[in-house]
Write a protein that binds this ligand. Structure first.
Ligand code: NAD
Ligand code: MG
Length: 390
């Protein structure tokens, strides 16, 4: 039976890997409903034609005319702007791959949840900003939620969800990023290029910087708390530079189950696309003898304050995680533009958290998406003010 699919963020790293798997799948296994991008008109148009998509959405409305020109003569509907993205996400599809980066993915991903079909979730920022509203919408609509983030996908694969009380803790592995062994004094002056140069994974710019600060693991900690309904005390983080063990679950009898594999996002993406079945991928078979050693160590919360901040935000509850995420998005963007230093990223996040969390209005979980978007906006403004005054 053919599965219809929409890929939100099809021109990004996860989007391109998803389409790569679709192109290798059996004939007729998948049909593409919608594809979306922020502004990469050339790649979006090429993908839409190659996969005979029914529709495309371009988030930057100033790109619409050029996209229409490229697609003239093809029966492909075009949507544009943030509202157009939401409309595309509402088109009926068996699976939606949510792979837009940042809180820009929030509204379209929520619209996809509303379909009540299957949501393959790569965009972790959704759960970080709006965990409670997001999970209750999933429940309300009877949506099947499949995690794509490799750590969460690993846990999903080894978690016995029929007996949640028999799980003692979840253990998220972290590669440690490019600065795992860099001394503190050198971390002040690392460049954009150093930070983008991840030792194991090839990913989009934002998540690469998040991996370098370890904010990525912090966001993943919050993501895991929502996905698997666990308190902070039951989720540990361990540094594992080889990125072979993608995460682990410890049970009350002392058994620890891990999911392993070559570090290639096409494995978790394929798991979500084929679930509950599995599909063939071109991922290199794991050669443990060639890997030789698997090593593990505690994360360093002094050199990587972002991980500490994320745990504090998770434990504080309310809108702290949303504030942290928004401030981080602004700080990462500014670092990529060469406006701030690497170690300013966690500083800006900590300042925004301190400033806004003190406001009592942020102590309670957001009641609706409007409240989430408001906190997101305010945290962006606060972070921007701090950057200007640096
Ligand atoms: P990317 O930067 O490579 O791609 C992002 C996609 O979102 C692109 O298609 C882009 O056009 C679109 N986009 C960007 N800004 C937008 C906006 N304002 N409005 C609408 N669309 C916009 O990112 P990525 O590395 O593919 O990551 C996507 C998501 O998946 C992120 O949330 C990331 O944390 C998560 N994730 C990625 C990886 C990975 O290996 N790349 C692993 C785990 C989780
Ligand atoms: Mg991950």
């Amino acid at each position: 039976m053919t599965k219809s699919i929409t890929v939100l963020g099809s021109t990004g790293s996860i989007g391109v890997n998803t389409l790569d798997l679709l192109s290798r799948a059996d004939d007729g296994a998948f049909s593409v409903v919608g594809l979306s991008a922020h502004s990469n008109v050339d790649l979006l148009a090429e993908q839409a034609v190659r996969f005979s998509a029914q529709a495309v959405a371009i988030a930057d409305p100033s790109c619409e005319a050029r996209l229409a020109e490229k697609l003239s003569g093809h029966a492909i509907d075009i949507y544009s702007g943030p509202d157009g993205l939401v409309e595309l996400a509402r088109l009926s599809a068996d699976i939606t791959m949510a792979a837009i980066v940042g809180s820009a993915g929030l509204e379209p991903t929520m619209a996809a949840v509303g379909q009540g079909n299957t949501l393959a979730l790569a965009n972790k920022e959704c759960l970080v900003c709006a965990g409670e509203s997001f999970m209750s919408a999933v429940e309300r609509h009877g949506t099947t939620l499949l995690p794509v983030d490799s750590e969460h996908n690993a846990i999903f694969q080894v978690l016995d969800d029929r007996r949640p009380e028999r799980v003692r803790r979840l253990i998220l592995t972290a590669s440690g990023g490019p600065f795992r062994e860099t001394p503190m004094e050198k971390m002040q002056t690392v460049t954009r290029k150093d930070a983008l140069d991840h030792p194991v994974w090839s990913m989009g710019a934002k998540i690469s910087i998040d991996s370098a600060t370890m904010m990525n693991k912090g966001l993943e900690l919050i993501e895991a708390a929502w996905l698997f309904d666990r308190p902070s005390s039951q989720i540990d983080v361990i540094v594992h530079p080889q990125s072979i063990v993608h995460s682990l679950v410890e049970y009350v009898d002392g058994s620890v189950l891990a999911q392993m594999g070559s570090p290639d996002m096409r494995t978790p993406i394929a798991y979500a696309l084929a679930w509950p079945d599995r599909m063939v991928t071109p991922v290199t078979s794991l050669d443990l003898a060639a890997v030789g050693q698997l090593t593990f160590s505690e994360p360093d919360l002094i050199r990587f304050p972002a991980l500490r901040l994320a745990r504090e935000a998770l434990e504080a509850g309310g809108q702290a995680a949303c504030i942290l995420n928004a401030a981080n998005e602004i700080a990462v963007e500014s670092f990529l533009q060469g406006r701030i230093a690497f170690m300013d990223i966690p500083r800006i996040c900590e300042e925004a958290l301190g400033k806004l969390s003190a406001d009592t209005g942020f102590g309670t979980a957001p009641a609706d998406m409007q409240t989430v978007m408001q906190a997101d906006r305010l945290a962006r403004e606060t972070a921007n003010e701090h950057i200007v005054n640096l």
